[in-house]
Ligand binder design. Structure first.
Ligand SMILES: NC(=O)c1ccc[n+]([C@@H]2O[C@H](COP(=O)([O-])OP(=O)(O)OC[C@H]3O[C@@H](n4cnc5c(N)ncnc54)[C@H](OP(=O)(O)O)[C@@H]3O)[C@@H](O)[C@H]2O)c1
Length: 238
């Protein structure tokens, strides 16, 4: 299988890339840190393809997909994983803006270009990594949670388009991790999964072509409560 992963220089994306390469696939990885891209490529030069790309630079996104298609000779699976999240208790506009530009502006272009690529091809699998955070607001991290709610909603819309399309066979999956031990997950939290466990469960969910998957699986329970608990109780936690 030929796989493109937006944002695979560290954390979940990097671990997913490693698992897919170890399983014999070709993986095209992106990110802003060139030295990380080169370091990863040197681990299996014939299987990794690298492209330095800032997802906020949306004008370049179509070129990147063309390049991945050309270098790997087709793409079967695209995972949009690039994302940032910073605590913002002072409602600092610079933090709001950087999260919006990455998680909304950049991710929307990546998802739409990827969907259109598969639509023209007639098949493919598109995956977005949103978050359990998509289900609830958060006073300390408002733009992050709102951006993930946007992503989950947008991904559901693409899933609807794909389901209704008679002309193409496109699967769309929304992955919603809870806490995973990466540099993005700041501070002490409960149920923080190690990144290998989380990535293995993501691979399984993708294999099953799920519409939505909570990672690790136990976060399904938290999601159930988040959707139902009265906000006056939820406010104690967020
Ligand atoms: N860790 C968690 O607890 C958790 C929970 C729920 C959801 N998630 C989601 O999982 C995804 C991966 O996060 P992670 O936890 O693995 O964090 P991470 O280790 O910080 O990885 C983030 C990845 O995104 C890339 N990225 C960030 N900004 C980018 C940009 N402007 N252009 C291109 N690539 C960019 C980074 O590459 P460069 O820095 O090289 O650009 C890096 O490869 C994110 O979407 C995050 O919201 C994480």
């Amino acid at each position: 299988m030929n796989i493109l992963i937006f944002g695979a220089t560290s954390g979940i994306g990097r671990t997913l890339a490693k698992l897919y390469v170890e399983a014999g696939n070709k993986v095209f990885i992106t990110g802003r840190r060139e030295e990380k891209l080169n370091e990863i490529k040197s681990e299996a030069p014939e299987r990794y393809f690298v492209f330095r790309h800032d997802i906020r630079n949306t004008l370049k996104t179509p070129d990147l997909i063309k390049e991945a298609d050309k270098q790997m000779v087709g793409i079967d699976l695209i995972i949009v994983n690039a994302g940032i999240g910073k605590f913002n208790k002072d409602l600092d506009w610079e933090i709001c803006e950087s999260v919006i530009k990455t998680n909304i502006f950049g991710v929307t272009r990546a998802l739409t270009e990827s969907y259109n690529y598969f639509y023209k091809k007639g098949k493919g699998h598109l995956v977005n990594i949103s978050s359990v955070a998509s289900l609830v607001g958060n006073g300390l991290n408002p733009t992050y949670n709102a951006s993930k709610a946007y992503q989950a909603n947008f991904t559901e819309s693409l899933w609807m388009r794909a389901k209704k399309s008679k002309k193409s066979n496109i699967a769309v999956t929304d992955i919603r991790p809870g806490f995973v031990d990466t540099k993005l997950a700041q501070g002490e939290t409960f149920w923080k999964a190690d990144v290998e466990t989380a990535a293995k469960q993501i691979v399984q969910a993708i294999q099953k072509r799920k519409r939505v998957a909570y990672i690790t699986k136990r976060w399904c329970l938290v999601a159930w409560f988040l959707k139902r608990l009265p906000r006056k109780i939820l406010i104690k936690f967020f």
